[in-house]
Design a protein. Sequence first.
Length: 202
Amino acid sequence: MSTEFNGTRQVLSVFDFDGTLTYHDSFIPFLRFAFGKRVFARRMMHLVLPSARCVQRKLTRDELKEYLIATFLSGIEAAWIQEKAEAFCQRKWNTLMRKSGVLGVAAELHSGAEVTLCSASPEIVLRPFAERLGVKLIGTQLEVENGILTGKINGHNCRCSYKVQRLESVYGPLNQYHIRAWGDTRGDYELLASAHDAHWRH
């Protein structure tokens, strides 16, 4: 299949994941699926105070996410999370994914565009979804030491301006592409602003 060009520039189609291609957030449901309802509920209790501080604007969304990741993923084998992510994708695909979003991604691939997900959710969780869609993946990277998750983010949460930075780190200067982008939250504004064709959800 030939690569699509717009004028003289290759088309780069970028999709947010949660809420754009899905009906709702995927990370929290993944944690519930992976750890089971009892462990999930018990660990979520540790996030009550941080969540309250976030509502009071004493804690940022990114800081709250760091608490969430540290609470659930510190000292967990990366291979175990990968296995759970595969099972989650297989089990939840039909109820999680928007049909219009899946068809939209397929249409971009069929056109010959370079297509990638660009999401704040952890790459380790979204990789099975990206593989099933047949697209590249840029997401929040988690720190791993000797095969064990440390509970820390490697770099920055992939949202807002960091989405654009991560795209540039993978694809180089974005002005060499004709960018199509899809998003649905404040975390996608900078991505949508960088696009020639910006779309609010698919």
